[in-house]
Unconditional design. Structure first.
Length: 117
């Protein structure tokens, strides 16, 4: 089982990034997917969720209306479009897969996002 995040980087405030999370070794369409982030010295927090079929999404208040979570079950990939980035969005971003029945979880290794002028 592998979850591989990509797309992180360093940007200025107000710019955009799109993160990707590619899954392999498991039946991607049977898993709810999530993006989490962890800033230095802070606990890991949930950023956004998407259901296994993609029909339901949830967002943290701090990113609502700026971030969009999506998935492509044919490509076994989840995305996080991040617009109007702020310095407080700086963190390592992780993806998580949660099996819909037994709630087995898998995590990616993380990708760094830095927002700074």
């Amino acid at each position: 089982v592998q979850l591989v995040e990509s797309g992180g980087g360093s940007v200025q405030p107000g710019e955009s990034l799109r993160l990707s999370c590619a899954g392999s070794g498991f039946t991607f369409r049977r898993y709810d997917m999530s993006w989490y982030r962890q800033a230095p010295g802070k606990e890991r927090e949930l950023v956004a969720d998407i259901s296994s079929a993609g029909g339901s999404t949830k967002y943290a208040e701090s990113v609502k209306d700026r971030f969009t979570i999506s998935r492509d079950n044919v490509k076994s990939t989840m995305y996080l479009q991040m617009n109007t980035l702020k310095p407080e969005d700086t963190a390592v971003y992780y993806c998580k897969a949660t099996e819909t029945l037994w709630r087995t979880e898998y995590w990616g290794q993380g990708t760094q996002v830095t927002v700074s002028s």
